[in-house]
Design a protein around this ligand. Structure first.
Ligand code: BGC
Length: 758
């Protein structure tokens, strides 16, 4: 680095230090001046977050009550309102009617794209591509801010090892290392370099904490977890979001050690603020303060006091803060100072996002047509979808298909716009989605394609009713299942190859969508069996928001391409991969169980004192009478149309001291017939330590492109921190001794090498 560059770098650093220092809680003069002028009621008003109806409001900008409350200075933010004009109207209500003219925060759930919906977060995580994930978040922020929204209730970073839990769809899977990297990319993508720029938005890490570990996989259920497991396995992604500078955090619905997150002082103050140094604001989840009444902790006044004292700043929808705090101050149950502190943090967010200088910063009516659903955005959504697909198996190299093949395109999800976007896409529009039928016709215009629905997603009308809450997701056909099946079989028989698009409707996963049976519904299983019985080559395109139990289908002589719910470009992206325009490279970020009985199942489980012998039952060992221990499909798995060979794993040192890093290098060769991408994965085993170690843990990965026949040396560096863990005293330490490194194509990687930490 030249003298001049070094000088500029130091200056740039100083600049950021000054900016960050300037943004630290309690040090923004504009906010402090405002606080000086505010009455107790005005401060309480800032802690109130309302929604005039949820989703995108289609009628008046806000419902009557919300409007009245905004004018009365009783609202700090709203969500469920979009569009620059409507947002401008809402801001005007606040700015022109209240004494101190404080604008509103406008929030939304932009979970996987705003209008240009891209794959579910769980799908996107399978790309293992941090640059691409950051780009996705950037696009979402650009679109959302163009529509007036400057606060995003994302990223959701709850580690989930129980696919019964429907919200596994919204996170990055089971692994804290990968989850942390993904979260960092998302926060950077949403927040950009400068939060007051009109195309960046405040991110909100959620749901703090442990929401992904409810008992029995049932949504909102209790969580019971020891601190060592919490710190090592479940908390790292929340911390990573904070380290990446996330501006806000949302509490979870569950309790932790008997205290719901929204009233949990250990969580919100001791851990988040004191230990992790978080200085953004904390918002409750939807009515989660009030829900502490049902949890059994007291009446609305009591639970609101509990929440504030725990460190919660903003109350979502429940209005417990709004309606009880004045009384609580009068009765000495909370102090005005405690309310001021919460208010300060909300105002600081408004300052950081530039609202205090210009309430209409996000209300430019020219922006939507320039920034939303552009050609480039749809192109990116298509690319993101192709990167999220995981080729689970490819019997006889059925895939990719020839573009002039005679194809039977069969299944309830083939010609079905309603199920392409996936759960939690409240700002997306199903009518914009490309169906599989359309995608196939446009990517392979010379193919002869015959379509048959073949089956209902489910034949059960009661089940369909529960799933169809946001619109028709499961349509039960007027024809009988037998007639549909017969039609599909005939279509299959007269084609060269069958592509069956089957799986879950979008609302079969997501919030309050837990399942005890996570197999493909029986109606579709029958269809798959009948198609395979025709002896035609069959490719299953499997859609779902979670890992499914598919031992029967996985055992069939078929190809299986897992596509999650791919978003607005679904059909095009699926056709790109099915016809080989893109060679799939996705890798699972969750373990796929053989049966629900194995759950929770994850790659970083411990050895136990009685490890089972491989593939063999042994009495008094840790195994099952009726199942193998191994999953059906391991974490990290994903095939390509080409094949890769790993050889010659080496380390640059055989011994290191505390604080040093170490580098592993492997030779990777593309040994197949296609150019392709591979995610090289590194797993670490700590051989001996003072608390029981996992069998192996993901500690590094690299996505590499290789031409067919090409070889590359791929190096991955383990930092000193990668060898650390939280011990019984919750100190983050590494302990001397032997470590083993495994490198390969999935979590079963066998190529290994050892080193010693002195
Ligand atoms: C969800 C949150 C979401 C909030 C606001 C809740 O039901 O748990 O993830 O951000 O609603 O829409």
């Amino acid at each position: 680095m030249g003298y001049r560059t070094a000088y500029l770098t130091i200056l740039a650093h100083l600049f950021f230090v000054v900016i960050l220092w300037g943004q630290q809680s309690g040090s923004i003069p504009q906010v402090e001046a405002l606080l000086q002028k505010m009455t107790l009621e005005e401060k309480i008003g800032q802690l109130n977050l309302l929604t005039p109806g949820g989703g995108v409001a289609t009628g008046a900008v806000v419902s009557k009550n919300v409007e009245v409350k905004i004018k009365a200075g009783q609202v700090g933010g709203i969500f469920g309102v979009a569009g620059p004009e409507r947002v401008r109207m809402a801001q005007k209500l606040a700015v022109e009617n209240t004494r101190l003219k404080i604008p509103l925060l406008i929030g939304s759930d932009v979970i996987h794209g705003y209008k240009t919906t891209y794959p579910l977060p769980l799908g996107l995580s399978c790309s293992w591509d941090m640059e691409l994930i950051q780009q996705a978040a950037r696009m979402a922020a650009t679109e959302a801010t163009a529509d007036g929204i400057m606060w995003n209730f994302s990223p959701m970073v709850d580690i989930a090892r129980d696919p019964r839990w429907g919200r596994i769809a919204e996170g990055a899977g089971e692994d804290p290392y990968l989850g942390s990297k993904i979260v960092e990319a998302m926060v950077k993508g949403y927040q950009g370099e400068n939060l007051s720029a009109p195309n960046t938005m405040l991110a909100c890490v959620k749901h703090v904490a442990l929401y992904g570990a409810p008992e029995a996989g049932r949504d909102y259920h209790s969580v019971d977890m020891g601190k060592v497991k919490m710190f090592n396995q479940y908390l790292p992604p929340y911390k990573a979001a904070i380290d990446a500078g996330v501006s806000s955090a949302m509490t979870s619905f569950n309790d932790i050690d008997g205290i719901p997150a929204s009233g949990n002082k250990w969580l919100l103050t001791d851990l988040l603020r004191k230990r992790w140094g978080f200085d953004g604001f904390v918002v409750s989840d939807y009515t989660s303060v009030n829900e502490m009444i049902a949890h059994g902790l007291g009446d609305l006044q009591e639970v609101s006091v509990l929440a504030l004292k725990a460190g919660l700043d903003m109350d979502m929808v429940g209005e417990g803060f709004l309606t009880t705090f004045k009384k609580s101050v009068e009765e000495g149950k909370v102090t005005e100072e405690e309310i001021t502190n919460a208010c300060r943090r909300v105002l600081e967010a408004k300052y950081i996002s530039g609202l205090l200088d210009d309430p209409y910063r996000y209300s430019d009516k020219e922006r939507p047509k320039k920034d939303i659903l552009t050609k480039e955005n749809r192109k990116l959504a298509r690319k993101l979808a192709t990167r999220s697909f995981v080729l689970l198996k490819n019997h006889d190299e059925i895939l990719p298909l020839k573009k002039d093949a005679k194809i039977a395109l069969v299944g309830p999800l083939v010609d079905n716009q309603n199920n392409m976007l996936g759960t939690w896409a409240p700002t997306g529009e199903t009518k914009l989605a490309i169906t599989i039928l359309e995608g196939f016709k446009s990517v392979a215009p010379k193919a002869i394609i015959t379509y048959a629905k073949g089956a209902n997603i489910s034949d059960d009308p009661e089940f369909a009713k529960k799933v169809n809450v946001f619109g028709e997701r499961i349509t039960i056909d007027e024809r009988s299942p037998e007639i549909m099946l017969q039609e599909a079989v005939e279509v299959a028989k007269s084609s060269d190859v069958v592509v069956a698009v089957i799986g879950e409707a979008t609302e079969m996963s997501g919030e309050a969508a837990s399942r005890t049976d996570i197999s493909i519904p029986e109606s579709q299983k029958k269809l798959i069996r009948a198609l395979v019985a025709t002896n035609k080559p069959v490719a299953l395109v499997l859609m779902s928001g979670r890992p499914l139990t598919i031992p029967e289908e996985f055992g069939m002589p078929v190809a299986i391409l897992q596509v999650w719910h791919p978003g607005v470009e679904a059909g095009n992206a699926i056709a790109d991969v099915v016809f080989g325009d893109y060679n799939p490279s996705g890798k699972l970020t969750t373990t796929w169980p053989r049966s629900v009985g194995q759950i929770p199942i994850y790659h970083s489980a411990k050895n136990t004192g009685r490890p089972a012998p491989e593939n063999k039952f042994q009495k008094f060992k840790s195994n099952y009478l009726d199942s193998e221990n191994t999953p059906l499909i391991p974490f990290g798995h994903g095939l390509s149309y080409t094949s890769f060979e790993y050889t010659d794993l080496k380390l640059n040192k055989s011994e290191i001291s505390q604080g040093e890093s170490i580098q592993a290098t492997v030779t990777l060769k593309n040994t197949g017939n296609f150019d392709g991408e591979e995610v090289v994965q590194l797993y670490l085993q700590d051989m001996v330590r003072t608390i029981t170690p996992p069998k192996r843990q993901l500690k590094g990965f690299k996505k590499v492109i290789l031409k067919k026949g090409e070889s590359k040396q791929v190096s991955i560096t383990l930092s000193a921190n990668d060898l650390k863990f939280y011990n019984s005293n919750l100190e983050f330490v590494s302990e001397p001794g032997e470590f083993k490194i495994y490198v390969g194509t999935d979590s079963n990687a066998t190529l290994s090498v050892s080193f010693t930490l002195k």
